[in-house]
Design a protein around this ligand. Structure first.
Ligand SMILES: [Ca+2]
Ligand SMILES: [Ca+2]
Length: 437
């Protein structure tokens, strides 16, 4: 273990304070709390009868992240912000004297001493009232922070006791690009540069190479970063090789990922469920595509790369392709119930779910709005089973094709249906003219 225990003593100073707490911090280890000094030996003897109630403290954690996963995906360059609130949870076999003492001291939770330990460095800052920020190590990465809380009443004459409990927090920090080892950056490849005359030039701020990437490895790929999506859902996981970059998809790898994309997919999944399809998740064909993979894919013959753009939102971690698959056969389900599985099922999800999510985004969450394309099949070379699917992203810039919709015509060509709506309320048959109709 590289870390150390830091003890945060929360001392209630009723006489001196104006209702707040003073916080003292010192550094020592719980595991070295006892020693062989005469004083300590005497202390241990006195405490023989102390009842240690492990797991009697529970912790409720909340974070500023709307993703609400078991692991917190921290936006690039930010600290992890969260609250940690202990509560006493007693078993039925507890000594009556201890129970009486706790009942007579309803504010006992405020005296919990919290110690923490990180397995990967970083630092914890406290702001009182249970509020904390964790400052990531310089290299970012996955960090497990363990917390141990103790209420010590071992010096009571009658019914001495301690209460304790533990919890842990999983944090995923992005790594600054300059801290990523060269061989991993080479596997990601170079991000394309926008020419000044590009049609995308007005939106060049959205096409800057990422300053941070998340490391995905075997240990963290299954961490849930939201209730229904794991970090590994968004990595590059299709097998392919090139002479220059063998197996760019292997772990560990570094990926771009915008937390707003994950939030949008959660809202789409919620919409799919509300439409009567109790899917456990959305089946994600592709999340992040590295520039190296994107370039390789474009060059593949046949269907491979037919719909791949140089400036795809996938390379910025802002796009995902998915289908809905309740029966688990790796193919889109017949969601529109017409007896066929084709692009119309993707269109049904777009019309009944994605448009509604983008409507909500336009009104309330501008960081989530974006494009939607539907496909009768995917263009992943040597990829998974063929299936109709949808592309969604969070390009979301105002004044441009912020809500671009496209599909694939009978000649297998991409066709724009509409690019944005400019009327309120949200789109309906009256406000959108569909090219396909
Ligand atoms: Ca299916
Ligand atoms: Ca169908």
């Amino acid at each position: 273990m590289k870390g150390f225990w830091a003890i945060l003593n929360l001392v209630l100073l009723l006489a001196l304070s104006v209702g707040g707490f003073l916080i003292f911090r010192s550094y020592r280890s719980f595991s070295t709390a006892s020693s062989n000094t005469p004083h300590q030996v005497q202390s241990i003897d006195l405490r023989k009868e102390v009842v240690h109630l492990d797991s009697s403290l529970r912790f409720a954690t909340t974070s500023s992240s709307p993703l609400n996963g078991e692991a917190l995906l921290i936006p690039p360059g930010e600290n992890a912000k969260f609250t940690l609130r202990p509560s006493i949870d007693l078993t039925s076999e507890i000594d009556d004297g201890i129970r009486s003492y706790i009942a007579a001291h309803p504010n006992l939770e405020e005296e919990v001493r919290i110690a923490w330990q990180s397995d990967s460095g970083g630092d914890l800052q406290t702001f009182g009232d249970g509020r904390y920020e964790f400052v990531p190590p310089e290299d970012g990465g996955a960090v497990v922070v363990k917390f141990r809380g103790v209420i010590d009443r071992g010096n009571l004459e009658n019914h001495p006791f301690t209460l304790s409990g533990e919890t842990e927090l999983r944090l995923l920090f992005a790594t600054p690009v300059e801290r990523i080892p060269k061989e991993f950056l080479e596997a990601v490849g170079a991000f394309p540069r926008l020419g000044e005359k590009s049609v995308l030039a007005p939106y060049k701020d959205f096409y800057r190479p990422p300053t941070h990437l998340y490391r995905v490895d075997a240990d963290n790929q299954n961490w849930l970063i939201s209730p229904n999506f794991s970090l590994g859902d968004f990595d590059l996981h299709f097998d392919f090789t090139t002479p220059d970059s063998p197996r760019m998809n292997q772990l560990p790898q570094f990926i771009a990922l915008d937390p707003n994309l994950v939030l949008k997919l959660e809202k789409i999944l919620q919409g799919v469920r509300e439409q009567g399809f109790p899917a456990s998740t959305l089946s994600i064909l592709a999340g992040f595509r590295s520039p190296a993979y994107n370039s390789w894919k474009k060059e593949q013959p046949g269907q491979g790369g037919a719909y791949t753009s140089t400036f795809s939102r996938h390379i910025y971690g802002c796009a995902a392709d998915f289908y809905v698959d309740l029966d688990g056969d790796g193919v889109m389900d017949d969601v529109n119930k017409d007896g066929k599985v084709d692009m119309e099922d993707a269109a049904w999800i777009r019309d009944n779910v994605v448009d509604a999510v983008d409507c909500l985004a336009v009104e309330e969450m501008p960081g989530l709005k974006g494009a939607c394309g539907i496909y009768p099949f995917h263009d992943i070379p040597d990829g998974p089973t063929q299936t109709p699917n949808l592309h969604v992203d969070i390009r979301g810039w105002d004044g441009g094709p912020d809500l671009l919709r496209w599909d694939i015509d009978s000649n297998n060509k991409r066709r724009t249906i509409w690019s944005h709506w400019d009327k309120r309320p949200c789109p309906s048959e009256e406000t959108i003219t569909r090219a396909s109709q």
